[in-house]
Design a protein around this ligand. Structure first.
Ligand code: DGT
Ligand code: MG
Ligand code: MG
Ligand code: MG
Ligand code: MG
Length: 283
């Protein structure tokens, strides 16, 4: 069946498959958030409400796309790691990228007023997105180390910069000049000696960024004399049933394993995080 004489235009639609057997990382980044943060009076250097809104949108994305095994967020960006064997949308790049980016954006807008209740959204925010393929677990680990190191570098710089401006009475030009060429230890020292700020005591959210990861949570429920325990109102499966040894009035214990999405502000550069969660990088 040839269809209409116009149908040949479909021949211009070229496939855009992402190489199988590789790790996809999709990163979204707020478009012109320098302006968005100014126009909506985000706190400097970090606005906790705005960061929580980013976390909320990222969680919505992970809830919808089960192949995402890890997400990391800082500032106006979020990175999503898909499991290596994902066949989401037959690994069509545009389909994955546009659907995830638009879901993130709509969640950001939809939930804005929950976090910035006294600040009406003045215009439509947007996010750009890209997918990069990584061939090995080493480079995936290095990718996330790169982003978390970036969080630290930017936060240290921004914390001192805004302390100089907001507490030290300097102009932004002066603050930039003071910071130029300084190394990390000098910034720590300046923060402490001039402003009494111990950098390491700042909120982990600001120093480490946000990590969203799926965790399995086991709950034991009891059913007596063969009565079933009330199912949990979540769409997760029962993993095993354990019976006690008593012949009558047996109390059946059901261990239910649910998967939840946990938010933490922990280190992902060292081995500990990854060793505790071997599933993230598994095939
Ligand atoms: P782009 O990504 O090229 O469209 O341009 P921008 O302006 O989004 O630049 P980008 O992504 O490199 O930097 C993020 C901007 O967002 C940066 O100017 C600071 C701002 N921003 C992000 N989070 C916060 C926050 O919590 N508080 C404040 N005051 N600003 C923030
Ligand atoms: Mg950008
Ligand atoms: Mg941006
Ligand atoms: Mg950014
Ligand atoms: Mg359609």
């Amino acid at each position: 069946m040839a269809g209409s004489k116009f149908a040949y235009v479909r021949n211009f639609e070229l496939p855009d498959p992402l190489l199988p057997g590789t790790f996809m990382i999709l990163r979204i980044d707020g478009h012109a958030f320098h302006r968005l943060s100014e126009e909506h009076n985000f706190a400097k250097p970090n606005d906790e409400r705005a960061l929580q809104l980013m976390d909320h949108a990222a969680r919505d994305v992970m809830t919808e796309f089960k192949d995402i095994v890890l997400a990391f967020g800082e500032s106006d960006e979020y990175s999503f790691l898909f499991r290596k064997s994902s066949t989401l949308y037959n690994r069509r790049e545009a389909k994955i990228l546009t659907t995830v980016t638009s879901l993130f954006t709509s969640s950001y807008v939809f939930n804005w007023s929950k976090y910035l209740s006294d600040t009406p959204l003045k215009y439509c925010p947007s996010f750009d997105g890209r997918i990069v393929l990584y061939p090995s677990t080493t480079v995936v680990r290095d990718y996330f180390s790169w982003r978390q190191a970036d969080t630290h570098i930017n936060n240290l710089y921004n914390t001192l910069f805004w302390a100089l401006v907001l507490k030290g009475g300097q102009t932004t030009t002066q603050a930039h000049a003071v910071l130029r060429g300084t190394v990390s230890s000098q910034k720590h020292e300046m923060l402490f000696s001039r402003f009494g700020i111990n950098y390491n005591e700042l909120a982990a959210r600001f120093r480490k960024g946000s990590v969203l990861v799926r965790e399995e949570v086991s709950t034991e429920t009891e059913g007596v004399d063969g009565l079933e325990a009330t199912p949990l109102p979540v769409s997760e499966e029962v993993s095993e049933v354990v019976s006690s040894g008593a012949p009558r009035k047996a109390s059946k214990k059901k261990v239910r394993v649910r998967t939840t999405i946990e938010l933490c502000h922990c280190d992902i550069i060292g081995d500990e995080f990854w060793n505790a969660r071997p599933n993230i990088l598994a095939d």
